[in-house]
Design a binder for this molecule. Structure first.
Ligand SMILES: NC(=O)c1ccc[n+]([C@@H]2O[C@H](COP(=O)([O-])OP(=O)(O)OC[C@H]3O[C@@H](n4cnc5c(N)ncnc54)[C@H](O)[C@@H]3O)[C@@H](O)[C@H]2O)c1
Length: 373
């Protein structure tokens, strides 16, 4: 079937969205889209459970609809998929074939072949794909990326990355898909850790070899891991460690410590907690963000020019940053990237790299040998 002609391209009217999958992440997305007047208009919602779609529609003043109806509606420009991870590929393919742009919640898909198939359908469609990896948009992440681009930390030598989270047994029991290989795609690393794996790759570059151990230590009735330890060799010569968990009671903040020949930056709980550069005073706490910005912008402005995509506006001001703001920033980036015909910050190809690394880690844990990427 050929794709219908698309209504969104020439005008600067807001893109019209339909949200699919009215579960846990859906309110964050609906709120973020509502906070983008002029860019986005969320009009419809869909769920395989019609009662869920109706309740969600009532709460956010939307039209509850069926999947077939939103695909057939020429007024809908973008489908945003908030369904279980292992359904992302098949639903996205249908949406692309219907001529829609697609945003997929993380992870892109649960296997590398499924990611590749999804990307192939997207390319053939000529439509655009973004994958939610909202922590790339956090002010701390944007700032550290600038510092690394500016070589303010020297050459990268090591990364120490931790996702020591906790999820109850009730969490895993709350949905049939949770903790399954087929639909969750993995455990603490694929579902929860993928954010931080993606951020690490974006900041530190590709990994060329992993050696890992995994365990299912503190949950029942799940097929997947709740503990991961891995050592990493990056293509640029740096080495790293990665710890991820949903068994670390009561749960601790995510941290990424990035060490270069000239200094270190530590992100903890989505904030820049420490910036230490040789010859300068070490700065900790909120002041580290302001200082990092001074360092990053005190040199040339090339960090912004060299970034994979322009830094969206106001993303480097951490004051008042709250849950949901990063989703909003990512939606804004995606919509303006369509308008400006430039890449978005998290395209499908880029999001695929985290899935490839996670599967290399799983393979190493399964075989007991290092795995090359
Ligand atoms: N970016 C983030 O921080 C973040 C946070 C949580 C979840 N997620 C991701 O969002 C996705 C959904 O996770 P969740 O926790 O909201 O799950 P959930 O189980 O709470 O919600 C999923 C919803 O999708 C519906 N659904 C299932 N199959 C469907 C289909 N074929 N068509 C339409 N609706 C369908 C279910 O009925 C349910 O309402 C996952 O991929 C997850 O990894 C991202």
């Amino acid at each position: 079937m050929s794709a219908p002609s698309h209504p969104s391209a020439p005008s600067a009217a807001p893109l019209r969205f339909a949200l699919v999958g009215c579960g846990a992440i859906a309110p964050t997305q609906a709120q973020a889209l509502k906070e983008l007047p002029g860019l986005a208009l969320l009009t419809h919602c869909v769920d395989i459970d019609p009662a869920r779609a109706e309740a969600f529609a009532a709460k956010y003043s939307l039209n509850p609809a069926t999947w077939a109806a939103v695909l057939a509606d020429p007024a809908i420009d973008v489908i945003t998929l908030c369904t279980p991870s292992g359904h992302h590929g098949s639903l996205a393919a249908e949406a692309f074939r219907a001529g829609k742009h697609v945003i997929v919640e993380k992870p892109l898909e649960v296997t590398v072949p499924a990611c590749d198939a999804l990307i192939a359908v997207q390319r053939a469609s000529g439509r655009r794909l973004a994958v939610i990896s909202q922590h790339r948009f956090d002010p701390a992440s944007q700032t550290v990326r600038r510092l690394l681009n500016e070589k303010a930390l020297g050459h990268l030598i090591a990364a120490d990355v931790r996702v020591p989270w906790y999820r109850t047994q009730e969490y895993y029991d709350s949905g049939d898909w949770r903790g399954t290989w087929a639909l969750d795609g993995g455990g603490c690393l694929m579902n929860q850790g993928v954010h931080t794996v993606d951020l690490m790759l974006w900041l530190c570059g590709p990994v060329r070899e992993v050696y890992a151990r995994t365990a299912t230590a503190a949950h029942e009735r799940i097929e997947v891991e709740d503990l991961v330890c891995a050592t990493l060799s990056f293509s640029n010569g740096a080495i790293g460690t990665l710890f991820a968990s949903t068994a670390a009671y009561p749960g601790f903040p995510v941290s990424l410590a990035i060490h270069g020949t000239k200094g270190s930056a530590v992100i903890e709980g989505d904030e820049l907690k420490t910036l230490a550069i040789k010859g300068s005073e070490t700065i900790t706490g909120p002041a580290a963000s302001a200082h990092a910005m001074q360092v990053a912008t005190g040199g040339t402005k090339s960090a912004v020019k060299n970034a994979a995509a322009p830094a969206p506006q106001n993303l480097t001001d951490p004051a008042g940053w709250k849950w949901g703001d990063a989703h909003r920033a990512q939606f804004a980036d995606f919509i303006t990237s369509i308008r400006e015909k430039r890449p978005a910050l998290v395209e499908g190809e880029s999001a695929r790299e985290a899935i490839a690394l996670i599967h290399a880690i799983y393979e190493s844990a399964r075989t007991g040998f290092p795995v090359s990427l």
